[in-house]
Design a protein around this ligand. Structure first.
Ligand SMILES: [Zn+2]
Ligand SMILES: [Zn+2]
Length: 107
């Protein structure tokens, strides 16, 4: 199957941009199935926004405002109250971020 250049309207700025056959091929080889929704400029802007102010984001979760709902949980390792971005299931241990790191490493 061959690719053809496509014109896509950016969902951020409304400008149209070309999603070239070459890019489509790259996209597919990386396993992406969705077309990009933003023009290269907006993508770049978002990227630098994300990398620009967070630096080393892990361990500094207080500044981080997730849009996802957080669920209260008790760490199975140290018993501390914590919050997890998914609903804790019965029978599945939940760890605070510190213990989660430890548990993951020791596995
Ligand atoms: Zn744009
Ligand atoms: Zn813990």
């Amino acid at each position: 199957m061959s690719f053809q250049d496509k014109t896509i309207e950016c969902s951020d700025c409304g400008n149209t941009f070309t999603f070239s056959a070459e890019e489509q091929e790259q996209f597919q080889s990386r396993g992406y199935t969705n077309e990009p929704k933003r023009c290269p400029e907006c993508r770049q802007a978002r990227k630098s926004e994300r990398y620009g102010n967070s630096g080393n984001s892990y361990g500094n979760s207080s500044n981080y405002t997730p849009s996802r709902e957080m669920f209260p949980a008790t760490c199975a390792e140290c018993g501390k109250d914590t919050q997890v971005p998914f609903e804790p299931r019965q029978g599945r241990p939940v760890y605070c971020s510190d213990c989660y790191r430890k548990v993951r490493v020791s596995r």
